[in-house]
Design a protein around this ligand. Structure first.
Ligand SMILES: CCCCC/C=C\C/C=C\CC/C=C/CC(=O)SCCNC(=O)CCNC(=O)[C@H](O)C(C)(C)COP(=O)(O)OP(=O)(O)OC[C@H]1O[C@@H](n2cnc3c(N)ncnc32)[C@H](O)[C@@H]1OP(=O)(O)O
Length: 282
């Protein structure tokens, strides 16, 4: 079933409403340019925008608000010019409370579904590293502009985590079945140049300003187009994936919980955290 797009009231509002949305706390900040109707959504959780339950809740809330305010496009970016998003907050997985762990995975599913299923065009301005869940956020957007000299990829298997089917699907759709299979299994991290070559990102930029220009250029390509035809086509392509994820979401949560509670995984996580700290101290 199509969501969001067959609502005439919503389409008439599109012509006149331009609302500036701001998040209730500082984890996500949103600015809407009244002239263009484009929103810039900035992830703002220092130091590395790791996806805690609270950050994901804010992302979902922000996207929902933007959907209601009928913006014409969105650029997703990071406050840091070094890390776009470091993936799921590892601390959420260290000896976790089970209810919270379930909520974390459920909210990651929601984050994927809401960003992947926006009716408006979305661009990820990847101004820093984007491993695992960071790559997920970028993949949900329609278009990706990445600054040079960073890394991106679904490295979950390197960490002892399985990549869930819905995220595999988004990777397949972006880089093709054969490459997605190889690189999800290997957990490959790509540098910016290689990410461009394989189609994981669409354009490279030397720095943030240039990346923003390229992102806006993508959004401008829809200026003269009927928002209805655009969003209907996008959602007709994407809605089935979202419905499939929703049908399997409970099993997906339980697989994640089982994966994380495994003692080998917990031991590996301690070693991994230590390696991050050691790298920093070198
Ligand atoms: C069908 C089966 C279903 C089963 C489902 C199971 C799993 C599902 C799998 C996939 C779906 C998507 C989910 C993905 C899971 C993840 O996202 S796991 C997280 C993966 N992320 C990483 O591995 C990134 C680790 N971080 C880094 O590599 C680097 O930090 C960086 C991002 C490259 C940045 O480097 P930089 O030098 O700038 O900073 P520091 O390394 O010094 O880091 C600063 C500070 O931040 C802490 N930190 C870094 N990353 C995280 C993180 N992800 N979570 C929490 N904290 C993080 C780091 O430890 C430092 O802390 P400090 O020493 O206390 O200052």
């Amino acid at each position: 079933m199509l969501r969001k797009i067959f609502n005439p009231a919503r389409l008439s509002r599109f012509q006149r409403t331009m609302v500036t949305v701001s998040s209730s706390d500082a984890l996500v900040s949103t600015e809407v340019d009244d002239k263009t109707g484009y929103a810039t959504v900035t992830l703002n959780r220092a130091p590395v925008n790791s996806l805690s339950l609270e950050l994901m809740t804010e992302i979902v809330k922000t996207v929902d608000e933007l959907e209601r305010s009928n913006i014409r496009g969105m650029v997703l970016t990071s406050f840091s010019n070094k890390v776009f998003c470091a993936g799921l907050d590892i601390m959420e997985m260290v000896n976790p409370d089970l209810d919270r762990l379930r909520a974390v995975w459920t909210r990651l599913q929601d984050t994927w579904a809401s960003l992947y299923g926006t009716s408006f065009p979305t661009v990820a301005l990847i101004n820093g590293h984007a491993p695992a869940g960071g790559c997920l956020l970028a993949l949900c957007c329609e278009y990706r502009v990445m600054c040079n000299n960073f890394n991106i990829g679904l490295n979950e298997t390197q960490l002892g985590l399985a990549v869930p089917p819905w995220l595999q699907g988004t990777m397949r759709q972006t880089i093709g079945t054969r490459e997605a299979e190889i690189h999800c299994i290997k957990g490959t991290m790509f540098n910016s140049q290689d990410a461009l070559k394989i189609g994981l990102v669409d354009e490279l930029a030397a720095e943030n300003g240039e990346a923003m220009q390229r992102a806006l250029h993508y959004l401008n390509t829809f200026k003269q187009m009927s928002p209805y035809a655009r969003s209907a086509t996008k959602l007709l392509m994407r809605n089935k994936d979202i419905e499939d994820m929703k049908r399997g979401r409970k099993e997906d949560v339980e697989r994640f919980v089982e994966n994380v509670m495994n003692s080998d995984f917990q031991n590996g996580l301690t070693v991994y955290l230590q390696s991050l700290k050691n790298r920093k101290n070198k």
